[in-house]
Write a protein of this length. Structure first.
Length: 387
């Protein structure tokens, strides 16, 4: 096929909710960068049940503000409402898209509406199937039903990683040749910073540059924080108090026990839970850390690891699922259930200066191989395959 052939695209922007996290960040960055791809003749955005011409603008959020709750999350709490929405929404969307069958429709978040043209969907992970116990039951029911419909409607699938690409092909018996792995990237805001840049934000939050270890992600069982807390508690108390563990992320489902443990560690003086941190401050909190720790059991990509490496921060993480694919040889890794090894690697990450210098060097090189421009270009290549 002529690689210069142009395509018309409709991209759903429903996941774009500020502050951007995860899939919202992916959708927002993809939408921005697709505009610069010569092979894209035209791109329209689909929001809710209508086509729009522009992306939403960031809203103002302050440190400590609660997590925003979008429409779908509210719907998922009520079975009757979910049933009504599932019945009516596809009909409304199909009507809104009726005159655009010459476009490629891209659903960036597991879902595809009925559509008369070619369509592609991004699957970020299979956690509602393989880690269902880590999600609220109503979310599992909703997503499983919607994903089953998506698999019937999609002409191709995109994943964030090769691991997830093969996982989907195996789990659903989907043709591997109809799935493309397109890696994500970190925002350009995640980069090494001079001390002068860090001081105000860190001071306002109560942090000291180089004076803490950092975890960023939802507080939930799948992130393996029990093991992280076990491993950190094994460090000498002087080490823990010199470099306390700072945890940032929304309160996830079934996180009560984790928060109880974090609270206990806080009382002992070696941990702090910051909850939500404003999007403009988060890259500075990354860049000010001494070490980034991420022992997750399962990831569709593992963007926090990439963000830490791009910030010039040494990384210790688990070797599960997609994380070796993201980190390469730039991070220290161990099995997610190996508390002793994780403790040892954290100790090295905090105190071994030669290892830290090499980890920073390798991490920056590794992170530079990922970019949103590359993500957009490889996504556009999938669109071209579809026509």
């Amino acid at each position: 096929m002529d690689v210069g052939e142009q395509v018309k695209v409709i991209l759903s922007i429903d996941p774009v909710r500020f502050p951007l996290t995860g899939i919202g960040r992916y959708t927002f960055e993809l939408a921005k960068h697709l505009n610069s791809i010569p092979q894209i003749e035209r791109i329209r955005y689909f929001s809710g049940h209508r086509l729009v011409d522009s992306l939403p603008l960031p809203e103002e959020h302050k440190f400590g503000s609660p997590a925003p709750r979008n429409f779908r999350k509210r719907l998922l709490k009520n079975r009757i409402t979910v049933g009504m929405y599932r019945f009516a929404s596809p009909l409304i969307k199909r009507y809104a898209l009726r005159d655009y069958s010459d476009h490629i429709y891209h659903g960036p978040n597991f879902y595809l509406p009925p559509f008369g043209g070619r369509s592609v969907c991004t699957f970020h992970d299979l956690s509602v199937f393989t880690w269902a116990h880590c999600h609220p039951p109503e979310r599992v029911r909703y997503m499983r039903k919607e994903i089953a419909l998506t698999l019937k409607r999609a002409d191709m699938l995109i994943t964030d990683s090769e691991y997830t690409r093969r996982e989907i092909a195996t789990y659903f018996s989907w043709p591997l040749e109809k799935i493309r792995a397109v890696p994500l990237a970190s925002s350009e805001d995640f980069r090494p910073r001079e001390s002068a840049e860090l001081q105000k934000v860190l001071k306002d939050i109560g942090l000291i540059e180089g004076g803490y270890s950092l975890y960023v992600g939802t507080i939930e069982p799948r992130k393996n924080l029990e093991v992280l807390l076990d491993a950190y508690s094994m460090l000498p108390i002087a080490v823990r108090q010199r470099w306390p563990l700072i945890l940032i992320g929304y309160r996830g489902w079934r996180s009560e026990q984790l928060h109880a443990r974090i609270e206990s560690a806080m009382q002992e003086g070696w941990a702090r839970y910051l909850g939500f941190v404003a999007a403009e401050d988060l890259p500075l909190v990354y860049a000010g850390a001494r070490l980034f720790v991420f022992p997750s059991l399962y990831e569709g990509f593992g963007l926090p690891v990439l963000e830490a490496m791009a910030s010039g921060i040494p990384v210790v993480c688990s070797n599960s699922s997609t994380l070796p694919e993201v980190a390469g040889d730039a991070a220290a890794m161990c099995a997610p259930d190996d508390v002793d090894s994780l403790c040892h690697l954290i100790s090295i990450g905090l105190e071994d200066e030669p290892w830290r210098a090499e980890a920073r060097r390798k991490g920056l090189i590794r992170a530079s191989a990922f970019s949103w421009q590359r993500c957009a270009e490889e996504t556009a290549a999938v669109y071209q395959e579809l026509i």
